[in-house]
Design a binder for this molecule. Structure first.
Ligand code: SF4
Length: 255
């Protein structure tokens, strides 16, 4: 199904209740696999069930999920759990991601309450498969200092730091409230008082540093990571993690 075909089947109210705020961008995002159909509260469960099988979105994502799940099956979850900051609950691995509990079975199936997109499943499976086990260093570094981060640096600025900066500039209170909902705490020892640290995954802390507009200096924002972050996730997945944070803040007023 193409985005336009999906659009024709949406309520077409442009009511703004989904994170995309209008039906056409919503249809495009669903087809890309970035947004679940369930985000439109005006669609009835029966309509969602009818539409889902015709979405061609994310075929490669589903393939990747199957591949990653197969790799997870070969791992001893109980052995890797302590290293990645997870714990076992029966035979399942329990992991916190974006403040939400996810349960991963030995077969690599992920369970959680609420909506789960293919992207979050891929992120979690990557994190488990990487099976990092470093102690956090407590040394903050920029994205470009992580392994292979330099190559992706400009994408990270464009997809993560610039959108976050816009969110902070446009609605500082909302952005801070969103961070607090994710249990961010005020950061200490940073070169700005508007600094927060948070854990979107147990072993991938990040720091967000914000400098508001001042007379001759425009606002700035920087995201930092513990120097061990690249032993728990590759830089593409780290970028996706921060993109997820951007989306989380954007969506806050539609919940
Ligand atoms: S929630 Fe989004 S997709 Fe659904 S009707 Fe409103 S604007 Fe359209």
């Amino acid at each position: 199904m193409k985005a336009l075909d999906l659009y024709k089947k949406l309520p077409k109210k442009n009511c703004g209740k989904c994170s995309l705020k209008a039906c056409m961008p919503f249809a495009i995002s669903v087809i890309k696999g970035d947004t679940p159909l369930e985000e439109c509260p005006l669609l009835l469960p029966e309509e969602i069930n009818l539409l889902k099988p015709s979405l061609v979105q994310g075929d490669w994502r589903e393939e990747l999920i199957l591949k990653l799940s197969a790799e997870i099956k070969t791992l001893d979850l109980a052995v890797i759990a302590p290293g990645i900051g997870a714990e076992m609950q029966g035979s399942d691995l329990k992991l916190l991601c974006f403040g939400r509990e996810f349960f991963i079975t030995p077969e690599g199936t992920i369970k959680t309450e609420g909506i789960m997109t293919p992207w979050i499943r891929i992120l979690i499976l990557h994190y488990i498969r990487t099976a990092g086990k470093d102690e956090l260093s407590g040394r903050w570094v920029s994205y470009s200092e992580l392994k292979a981060g330099m190559v992706k640096h400009s994408s990270f600025v464009r997809e993560c730091e610039e959108p976050l900066l816009e969110l902070f500039r446009n609605d500082f209170e909302k952005s801070v409230t969103a961070l607090q909902r994710l249990e961010a705490t005020k950061g200490k020892g940073f070169p700005t008082e508007d600094a927060w640290t948070l854990y979107l995954l147990p072993k991938v802390p990040m720091a967000i540093l914000y400098w508001p507009d001042e007379e001759e200096f425009p606002a700035r924002l920087k995201v930092l990571f513990d120097s061990t972050a690249d032993t728990f996730l590759d830089v593409e997945s780290i970028m996706f993690l921060v993109e997820g944070l951007v989306k989380n803040i954007e969506m806050m007023d539609s919940r």
